[in-house]
Design a protein around this ligand. Structure first.
Ligand code: GDP
Ligand code: IMO
Ligand code: MG
Length: 426
């Protein structure tokens, strides 16, 4: 039995896609278990850059089975397009290589309309969502009014559920959000076409995974977003609407809680965040701009510039605890070349108190002033480093200090976006 979970340690975009692609070499099955197409996972293989939103990042490794499990919210139009684009490039030519849970909930056009309209009404207080309808889709799931993939495949049930939902959502859209109503016929017809396209892949993925795990198959679970975006443990309310911590894999894929052996946290060598909410180590000035330019910190889903700042060890230590991390893959170390000195946040001060954990109150966290220690930087480019010894002494010192503060062994270090620009430590 071998199950590994990959999770983001910060606010997403840590480089999960790159590492799932690498770790998928040693897996048979790669599974998405939460989130939806708010995720944008980038893989660089050869000269080709692929951004995946729903299909697991194992897909570029031939012969792997990709699973979209029940915890994911699926926008069928996005999935159909992503599938077609990958098939056009020669991937997923065998239908058996993609499995979609019949229990996964659908993102409907009214979810997107509600997401976007609510953000607009919030004005300055907006969350900065990706506008993909993620929150409203999870709301309907919890409210027990959602439409699932199994419903999509049953024409009569789908029609009835769609009719009821559209009636209610149109009232809300028009009266409260001052939006246009949606046309039942147009949505219905589009979704009938999606149903036909997705039907060959739909199955009981929890049962499938159970059998495969029993048979000794190696399963890799691909988290989306990051620990600080987790709806329970993140910087609420500036979070996403699912649990992103490793423990979410049990409910999100329907596997036993004891199955997971390894939990790998993907962690940037500095910190970024896209969307609003507190970010104690943010550098709104020249340093942030420098990190954004060098690190190409623009959202893989929305293209928005990411907010950038120093490494926050308080946050990473908390993520290590919440996820039970067994190892960390440190990414984008190459981006720090030329910055001197480098700062690392080891605690916060807010309203007269010192914090070595992330306080629950968004107000308090927004007021938090980081306590920094400084380490000397380096000037050498790192992209060609393949062993720890290839890194300049100050880069090794920086990595060693981050490892010490994280309380988690570093197992991999990434020095570029490409597959091969990686140092494997353990
Ligand atoms: P994910 O959402 O966690 O999969 O991360 P994203 O794909 O949204 O963002 C990570 C970005 O950094 C992508 O553009 C990757 O190609 C890129 N990337 C990953 N690792 C490295 C690295 O070590 N160095 C550099 N320079 N870029 C990296
Ligand atoms: P990956 O998997 C970074 C952020 C949004 C917003 C908040 C809520 O690529 O790391 P949502 O649309 O989910 O309701 O938005 O969460 N967010 C992400 N930020 N990476 C992601 O995914 C994200 N998915 C959502 O920017 O702040
Ligand atoms: Mg991303």
């Amino acid at each position: 039995m071998s199950a590994t979970v990959v999770v983001g340690v910060q606010w997403g975009d840590e480089g999960k896609g790159k590492f799932v692609d690498i770790l998928a070499r040693d897996a048979d099955i790669v599974v998405r278990f939460q989130g939806g197409n708010n995720a944008g996972h980038t893989l660089v293989v050869g000269d080709e850059r692929t951004v995946l939103h729903l299909i697991p990042s194992g897909v570029l490794n031939s012969g792997k089975i990709c699973v979209i499990a029940n915890g994911v919210v699926v926008d069928p139009a996005v999935l159909v397009d992503e599938l077609a684009a990958l098939r056009a490039r020669g991937y997923l030519s065998d239908d058996a290589c993609l499995k979609i849970s019949d229990e996964a909930h659908l993102i409907m056009p009214y979810h997107k309309a509600i997401d976007v309209a609510r953000e607009r009404l919030r004005g300055k207080g907006e969350i900065g969502t990706t506008g993909r309808g993620i929150g409203p889709a999870y709301e309907d799931k919890v409210a027990r009014t959602g439409i699932r993939i199994v419903d999509l495949l049953d024409a009569a049930v789908f029609e009835e559920k769609l009719e009821r939902n559209i009636r209610e959502k149109n009232l809300y859209l028009k009266a409260i959000l001052r939006e246009e109503a949606l046309d039942f016929g147009a949505v219905h017809d589009a979704f009938r076409a999606h149903a036909d396209r997705l039907r060959p892949y739909v199955t009981d993925t929890a049962l499938y995974l159970h059998r495969e795990i029993e048979a000794g198959r190696r399963v890799l679970f691909e988290g989306a977003q990051g620990t600080m975006l987790d709806v329970d443990h993140g910087t609420y309310p500036y979070v996403t609407s699912s649990n992103c911590v490793a423990g979410a894999v049990a409910a999100g894929a329907g596997i036993g809680a004891g199955v997971v052996q390894q939990v790998i946290g993907i962690c940037k060598a500095y910190t970024t965040r896209v969307g609003n909410g507190p970010f104690p180590t943010e550098e709104p000035g020249a340093i942030g701009a420098r990190l954004r330019e060098t690190g190409d910190e623009f959202g893989a889903t929305t293209g928005r510039p990411r907010r950038c700042g120093w490494f926050d060890a308080v946050l990473v230590r908390q993520a290590a605890r919440l996820n039970g991390l067994t190892g960390i893959a440190l990414t984008k170390l190459d981006v720090l070349t030329g910055l001197d000195p480098l700062r690392i946040c080891t605690a916060y001060r807010a309203e007269g108190e010192r914090y070595e954990r992330v306080p629950a109150s968004a107000r308090l966290l927004a007021a938090a002033v980081p306590e920094y220690e400084e380490l000397p930087g380096w000037t050498e480019p790192l992209a060609n480093a393949r062993r720890l010894e290839d890194l300049p002494p100050n880069a090794r010192r920086y990595v060693a200090r981050l490892e010490e503060l994280s309380g988690t062994p570093f197992t991999m270090i990434s020095v570029g976006a490409r597959r091969e620009e990686t140092i494997i430590l353990a």
